[in-house]
Design a protein around this ligand. Sequence first.
Ligand code: G6P
Length: 366
Amino acid sequence: AAAELEPYQHYMQKEIFEQPRALADTLTDVVSITPELFGDGAWRHFKDVDSLLILACGTSYYSGLVAKYWIEAIARIPVQVEIASEYRYRDSVPNPRALVVVISQSGETADTLAALRHAKALGHSHTLAICNVGSSTMARETALAYITRAGVEIGVASTKAFTTQLASLYLLTLALAQTRETLDDAAIAARLQQLRHIPAAVQAVLALEPQIISWAQSFTRMENALFLGRGMHYPIALEGALKLKEISYIHAEAYPAGELKHGPLALVTSAMPVVVVAPNDALLEKLKSNMQEVRARGGVLYVLADAHTRIENSEGTHVIRMPEHYGDLSPLLHVVPLQLLAYHTALGKGTDVDKPRNLAKSVTVE
Ligand code: G6P
């Protein structure tokens, strides 16, 4: 391995472990919540906004899906999230009062850039980029921008860019909640305080690596995997499945747990591991019954249980418990073991982790 990688074997592994630092850097200049975090004149834009249209590709699209849950629940603004390549070729109904948010690690992805230009051509003037590269085309072509400070990401499979996007989107949620007065100052300050603790919380999750390695040993032998989540953890299940297929070439699909009985349950056998993102929220009891449906068909469960849940290890049910419960920010924590699971499974299979076949880090041509 290159000297700069020490003590890691791959950039992806290094980037997973850099997340506490990347998150701390992304939040470092945030003294308090204000729309101006997103650029001069942001308040004027936010005041006029009646909805959001989030456009992105790949992993960045999944961060947008998480943001939808946050923004609708906390700032009470309707949010539409669309895959950039679909939006740009579709005859959509423009709403000039929508805030168009493009999310991109590189800020150069051809489809996302084209979607932004398409939105502007349709009359959208409230535009915001969430990018990891301040000098990128997307950051230049939007009225507003928030630059994540993940640092250079080399592994094709995105990791630290994703979690820093989530942190930025949570800041956006709080700034919109402030403009819309859905939270008072004390509540906003309390939520910002929680966000500041996220680097330490992610650090504690990284310590679960030995347990993830033992899961990965079984995954290396599998040909398929199913990921289940509910609510704001459904996009985390999607991201976990994407990571696994990108670098280990194991076919993986994610479903919102409630949809299990409408199709994928037919696929469940002892050869189909089922990963369950099990947060400690209102949907937990429902999720537990989804898990029983899997067990009843011989499926083996791999459960990322939240702190304070009572799910225990048993025959066919492997449980890793998260160190602490984190409320609305829990997607940022739950994605980390899924990144590690994909990484260690790929390692076991001997694939080219940092440069998976057929994929590029930044897709700047169509
Ligand atoms: C490629 C990368 C993905 C990334 C996607 C969007 O497919 O392999 O990791 O999520 O592009 O890239 P962006 O730079 O726009 O976030």
